[in-house]
Write a protein that binds this ligand. Structure first.
Ligand SMILES: Cc1cc2nc3c(=O)[nH]c(=O)nc-3n(C[C@H](O)[C@H](O)[C@H](O)COP(=O)(O)O)c2cc1C
Length: 245
């Protein structure tokens, strides 16, 4: 349990490269994660060369972890392999629909988190890059992903060069409910977020962004409606192009 309580995202990495054999063994162990019907609806594209990272960097809004890490892992919801197996076996995979995408996405995310846990337990640092969903189509092009393959998680991996930043979490009351989901009053909601709002780094964050409270920083600065809607529209187009919709 100690690992889980103490883990942190690592964004700065030593120049030392992680061996390919360690990366492979992490991936192989992670593949023992639960998977929908044991279909393993995922794959991972490993990028370790400078040219590959350079191509990916702008698609992740030049977050420095891409070029600073040892290996970039792009984990994909992948129905391509399974669908082709069905085709060569003279049967219809029936996977050009949203349920199949959800199943593959769930598989891929579980697989990704298993990679992260095993990598961290082996002394490596990792960071997810949510930007993978913002520029999914362009990332797919850079990685030459075929139809029925969608990148859903990107994880940078390397030897940690610092201890990462301490982060806070909501209390158990906010995330665990007994039996049914309770009706939460406005005051309940305020209570659940009170500690988070009182956390010094968050107070500083609100001040730096010139906002009145933390929720405004999230809703107006980090994840504004216009941006959410713009990238949702392009993701839907990409799902159509990849033949899930
Ligand atoms: C889906 C997802 C997307 C994320 N995207 C980014 C990102 O683009 N850049 C980044 O620096 N961290 C990213 N993170 C890391 C989170 O910021 C981090 O997990 C969170 O702040 C909690 O910190 P901790 O992991 O150290 O506990 C992402 C994490 C997840 C799960």
């Amino acid at each position: 349990m100690e690992y889980f309580s103490n883990r942190r995202t690592i964004r700065n990495y030593k120049p030392e490269k992680v061996s390919d054999s360690l990366i492979d063994s992490i991936i192989e162990s992670a593949a023992k994660a639960p998977t929908c019907g044991n279909m393993q609806l995922y794959s991972v594209v490993v990028t370790k060369d400078d040219a590959g990272k350079k191509a990916l960097a702008p698609l992740h809004f030049n977050q420095p972890m891409i070029e600073g890490c040892s290996h970039v892992l792009t984990i994909c919801a992948d129905y391509n392999r399974f669908a082709r197996w069905c085709e060569v076996s003279h049967t219809d995979p029936g996977c050009d629909n949203i349920l199949s995408f959800i199943n593959a996405m769930t598989d891929a995310v579980i697989f990704a988190q298993q990679i992260v846990t095993i990598a961290e337990m082996n002394g490596l640092g990792t960071c997810y890059l949510g930007t993978v969903s913002y520029n999914a189509a362009q990332i797919a092009e850079a990685l030459r992903l075929p139809e029925m393959v969608i990148p859903v998680a990107c994880v940078t991996v390397g030897y940690p060069d610092d201890k990462g930043e301490e982060t806070e979490r909501l209390g158990l009351d906010a995330i665990r409910f007994d039996g049914t989901y309770p009706e939460l009053t406005d005051d309940d909601i305020r209570d659940l977020y009170r500690e988070k709002e009182a956390y010094e780094p968050n107070k500083k964050y609100v001040e730096e962004n010139g906002k009145d409270n933390l929720a405004q920083v999230f809703a107006e600065v980090r994840y504004p409606r216009a941006m959410n809607e713009e990238f949702s529209a392009s993701f839907i187009e990409f799902l159509k192009k990849q033949r899930f919709l």
